[in-house]
Design a protein around this ligand. Structure first.
Ligand SMILES: N[C@@H](CCC(=O)N[C@@H](CS)C(=O)NCC(=O)O)C(=O)O
Length: 217
């Protein structure tokens, strides 16, 4: 087997599928590519061996023969470019699908991550109660626009693509907040992504790792 990715030895989300190895696993499953996973601890992520693969000491990474990549978006793009099923053949449609990949990571994910940070890491700050509604409204503004563009289509631009894979992946982080349900077409879009057999296999694989680990020690 020639593809190896890295994932958390124990994911902070306990296997909810929010760690970014899940999107890479999903892309590999959609592409029908077998892969191996090397689990790394938080400490190992910051050590020279891992830093040589990932300059920021994070997961996921991707190794295939003499190629080493980091950044989940670049990894998914690499997989999509080398295997059928994640990018259209038509050049313009392909460029538009790649545009959605960037939109997911550069335009939609940042406010969603900001909300996660505000909730998880800043909830105990004295200004948190005042700030949170502002951050939530920034997320809503993006979702409103995305919802309007998606309309009643199944996917963002024709057939399912790597753009949808990344967009669904970033929206999944909102599932527990209830905000996604304010946009029924987006909630249904995410559910369509989760229903894909390849997503289910990816989710199950990361859950198996995390549920097999004791919570302490
Ligand atoms: N932009 C990067 C973000 C990578 C990232 O934030 N990885 C997280 C896990 S999902 C991580 O390794 N966190 C541990 C750390 O930053 O120390 C990507 O999309 O791959």
């Amino acid at each position: 087997m020639s593809i190896t990715i890295t994932a958390f030895e124990r994911s902070p989300d306990g296997g909810s599928g929010l760690a970014r190895d899940t999107r890479v696993r999903w892309a590999l499953e959609e592409a029908g590519q077998p892969y191996e996973v090397r689990l790394v601890s938080f400490r190992a992520m910051k050590e020279p061996a891992h830093l040589a693969l990932h300059p920021f000491g994070q997961i996921p990474t991707y190794e295939e023969r003499d190629l080493a990549l980091f950044e989940s978006g670049a990894i998914v793009l690499h997989i999509a470019e080398h295997h059928a099923g994640l990018l259209p053949k038509d050049a313009n449609a392909r460029a538009r699908a790649i545009t959605w990949m960037f939109a997911a990571l550069n335009t939609v994910e940042p406010p969603i991550l900001e909300l996660a940070t505000a909730r998880l890491l800043e909830g105990d700050k004295p200004w948190s109660k005042e700030r949170l509604p502002l951050v939530e409204d920034r997320v809503r503004a993006r979702l409103e626009q995305l919802s309007a563009r998606l309309g009643d289509a199944d996917w963002l631009d024709g057939a399912f693509s790597a753009g949808d894979l990344l967009m669904v992946s970033v929206l999944l982080r909102l599932k527990s907040s209830g905000i996604l349900d304010e946009y029924p077409n987006l909630a249904a879009y995410v559910a369509r992504g989760e229903a894909r057999p390849a997503y289910k296999r990816a989710f199950a694989a990361q859950l198996a790792i995390n549920s097999a680990k004791p919570l302490s020690g």
